[in-house]
Structure formats: structure tokens, C-alpha cells
Write a protein that binds this ligand. Structure first.
Ligand SMILES: [Zn+2]
Ligand SMILES: [Zn+2]
Length: 137
């Protein structure tokens, strides 16, 4: 069967198709090279008993947009090194995640999971702007 090898987490997978294949994502409808689709289910060739992999139909950006944004920011050389405490509340006994601005996709600060979900905005002004919607001012 026509396939190519993709190395994923140190394991070689036989993926159906060819490296040059492009697919249209079922969610964003954008055409991407196969690299932007994660490996999905396996298909066994009855004749040879070899295992081949299919690709997912949603691109990796649609599958987990926040994760890929975070991972890219974590690798970015402009991002300051990870702290051992939350830069919002100072806690040290929880896991620290990268807090980023969802609109600008820029690094915010290193934050505990609590503060990360409590403060979705970068600036006080943005926070007030959002609060206004709540109080209908
Ligand atoms: Zn997509
Ligand atoms: Zn915190």
C-alpha cells in the first residue's frame, strides 16, 4: 500500500498516502499539507498484515488551538524562562502554566492554573471592559 513514514514520539508510523498530500480540514476548511494532521486510527492490510495509519480529518490547529499556541510560545526565545511561582499570586505549590493573551497571542506571565482561568485578560483596562458587559454599564 502506498504510504510514507512519519516519526512520532520516537516511533515510526506508516501513514497512508504520500508526503506531498494535502487535505482540507473538516472544521476550518483550509487546505494543509498532511503534516498538519495528527495520526488517527490504524488500518491493517489483510494481505500483508501490516499496520497503516490514517490521518485525522481536523487539522492540528483546530484540534487543540490553545495547546499549539502555548507550545509555540514556550519555545519562543522572547518568552522569559519559566518561574517556580505564580507571577499573579506568588503560589509555589501548584503547577505553573503559560498565561497568554488570547487576542494578541502574546506571552502574558507565568501563572498558576487558578489565576490562569481567573484572569483571562492582560491589562486592567481589558478586564474592566469585560466587567462592563456583566454590569451592562
Ligand atoms: Zn482546521
Ligand atoms: Zn496564581
Amino acid at each position: 500500500m502506498k504510504h510514507f513514514i512519519r516519526l512520532y514520539r520516537g516511533v515510526e508510523h506508516k501513514v497512508l498516502g504520500s508526503k506531498e498530500d494535502t487535505h482540507v480540514c473538516t472544521k476550518c476548511k483550509i487546505k494543509f499539507n498532511q503534516q498538519n494532521f495528527h495520526i488517527a486510527s490504524a488500518k491493517v492490510d489483510r494481505k500483508t498484515q501490516k499496520i497503516y495509519k490514517r490521518l485525522k480529518r481536523k487539522c492540528k490547529f483546530c484540534e487543540n488551538p490553545l495547546r499549539s499556541v502555548r507550545q509555540n510560545l514556550e519555545k519562543d526565545k522572547n518568552t522569559p524562562p519559566k518561574t517556580n511561582h505564580c507571577q499573579h499570586c506568588g503560589r509555589k505549590d501548584t503547577s505553573i502554566v503559560l498565561h497568554h493573551n488570547h487576542k494578541t497571542v502574546k506571552f502574558g506571565r507565568w501563572s498558576c492554573v487558578n489565576c490562569n482561568s481567573r484572569y483571562p485578560f492582560d491589562t486592567f483596562e481589558e478586564h474592566m471592559e469585560d466587567a462592563r458587559r456583566w454590569y451592562k454599564i
